[in-house]
Write a protein that binds this ligand. Sequence first.
Ligand code: HEC
Length: 395
Amino acid sequence: MKKLLIILCTSALFLSLGSSKMPETSAKKTMNIVFRGFMGLIPYMSDPMKFKDPANKVKIHTHLSTMRNAFSNARHVKKFSLPGINPSFEQVKQHLKETFDAFELGQPDFARVRLRATGQLCMTCHTQLEPNRGAVGQLNLISRSDFTTDYDYAEFLFLIRDYKKAQRYYEKDIEVVIEKTQEMAKMSKISKKLKATYKGRRIEDSLEKILTIHTKVKYNPIKVISLLDKYKDHKNISAHSKQRFSSWVSSLNKWKGIKEIQINRENQLDKFLSKYVSKYETEVAMQGGSHEVTLLIASGVLYKHLLKNPKGETGAKLLYWISKIDHILSNTYLYSLSELYLKRCITEYSKSSWAKKCYRSYEDQINIGYTGSSGKFIPEDELKEMKRLKSFLRD
Ligand code: HEC
């Protein structure tokens, strides 16, 4: 009986593998499924108690596996194999798998934190695409009341590329944060001389996203200057944040005369790189905001060029610089995929001279990453990976 069952099962497996072609999957279809899972999780994401409640376990499990499976079934989607897009795809796939595993292993707090970070990963892909005019179809089913804060709703709108509305809600959130800061100060009877200043990250987070919209996603530096002007001198914002906003403004003022950046030919690309980007080859991660505007603008330009020119030397060169920029902006803006871009540069363009540069850059990042106060310790797995990557290079 057992034997028969095994035979039945294996033949069913073969049949199902052989009988039909792989179902056609498109980016759009995948995203619809991902979105269904994501939407189902929204009510639990911002509430740790709901996320932990055993009564919700089955639902959360189902939505998480829907999302995880949608990505792992999308290997054949052409768009997801493009060199600028693929690192995001691989990362989100891995991230969702680990999030799902954490949840299954009874670590709901950890799973929830990871899940909330997923949105930032989704954005690494979406910010390379053209903006959407507004939410359509099933996206319209979601409204402000599904979220706890204006900020969470703004993040959602940013994710679905409804940038105009996202900006509105980020701005609303900033006002609420400032108001709350003042109320708290009043309640704790801080003397009137001491101004109530907000010292957290939230206002910077919101303004980073708004800045990203007008630099990286759609180049339009003028559009964001007046808003930043308002906050760079605001009496309820900490000096540290204001300093950063001021440096954004002075940087944006330098760009304001340049109406648009057109890059169609190779020599235009090289000119752009040598004028704005190549100086970041040697400078280590810079503090303050003065470089951020230029790097955000450059990353938008390079991603767009890579979508149209994924092949040969140009593709390799673009990945190299995209990775550099991503590394410098690191986790401040979205999620850093720097190492993945380098890997892709090495494996896909092994014949290019840029592959060697990418490898060197990768080696540096790993060495720095694993060097601590007690010296350098690179784990075995990573050493193996470095060896694998090196084997792609020509001597
Ligand atoms: C590998 C790249 C990539 C990643 C990662 C990604 N998306 Fe997308 N997403 C796309 C593309 C491409 C489209 C446009 C599809 C179309 O309409 O052709 C899209 C569209 C969407 C849409 C439709 C609205 C819109 O913006 O056009 C939703 C909703 C969506 N994605 C949700 C998500 C969520 C949630 C995540 C993260 C869990 C995510 N996506 C991660 C590539 C990605």
